[in-house]
Design a protein around this ligand. Structure first.
Ligand code: NSP
Length: 222
């Protein structure tokens, strides 16, 4: 069994909830209340801010140029098409992009910041693998639904499935798999901890999105 499979098995209960969630089921069948999507996008845009910092630092810690190239290309997707998706969605949904982070968002931001500041490649990868693999797994079964949905639902599916994104997840997993063998047992234990914690926080983020994040409104100019 691959190491990343073993790590996923250890987090199986939270993993199953995060990857088969009522929030993403409703998103994919088009029944999601637009207000739930507004709140989710506002909070997720705050997630993306820390995610970009974590991914950039991971690139800086890759052992070779060849190991860093797929991550660098993925960073361009996040700061390019994904960032534009958020901005277009805020506009289409007439939603303010800026919001105060909720406790679930702060929890995830803190985990990404801790991983980044750890200076440890394997810890950064643990959080990145979870963040992208959970999304690949929930989105893939809905790949053929995207065209029938408004773009602010459909593109959120297509950004997280298909050959390109499968390649990103495979790359992140293989980096973690191959780094694992050279780690001392206490470092492997830390990978297990961060991986499990990231899955727990993904689940908590979807639970909170489904309960309804508060929606921030633009401050009035008067
Ligand atoms: C909370 C969360 N986790 C993961 C992803 C996938 N990039 C995301 N957009 N937001």
């Amino acid at each position: 069994m691959r190491v990343t499979e073993f790590l996923r098995e250890q987090a199986r209960d939270d993993w199953n909830v995060a990857t088969k969630h009522p929030f993403t089921d409703a998103l994919a069948d088009g029944s999601l209340d637009p207000d739930l999507m507004r709140g989710y996008l506002q909070q997720d845009y705050l997630f993306v801010d820390q995610f970009v910092r974590l991914l950039a630092t991971t690139i800086a810690h890759a052992p070779t140029l060849a190991d860093s190239v797929p991550a660098a290309q993925f960073l361009a997707v996040i700061t390019g098409p994904e960032n534009t998706y958020f901005l277009r969605s805020f506009e289409a949904l007439e939603t303010e992009p800026h919001a105060e982070p909720t406790p679930e968002t702060v929890a995830f931001q803190n985990l990404m910041e801790e991983a980044r500041l750890s200076g440890r490649y394997e810890i950064m990868l643990s959080v990145l693998v979870v963040a992208e693999w959970v999304y690949l797994e929930w989105a893939t079964p809905f790949a053929d639904r995207a065209d029938d949905l408004p773009f602010w639902l459909g593109e959120w599916i297509t950004l997280h499935c298909g050959e390109g994104f499968e390649g990103v997840v495979e790359y992140l997993r293989s980096q973690l798999d191959k780094t694992w063998d050279g780690l001392e047992p206490h470092r492997q234990a830390m990978v297990e901890e961060y991986f499990a914690e990231a899955v727990k926080r993904e689940r908590a983020f979807f639970d909170a999105a489904w309960a309804g994040f508060p929606i921030a409104k633009a401050a009035s100019s008067s």
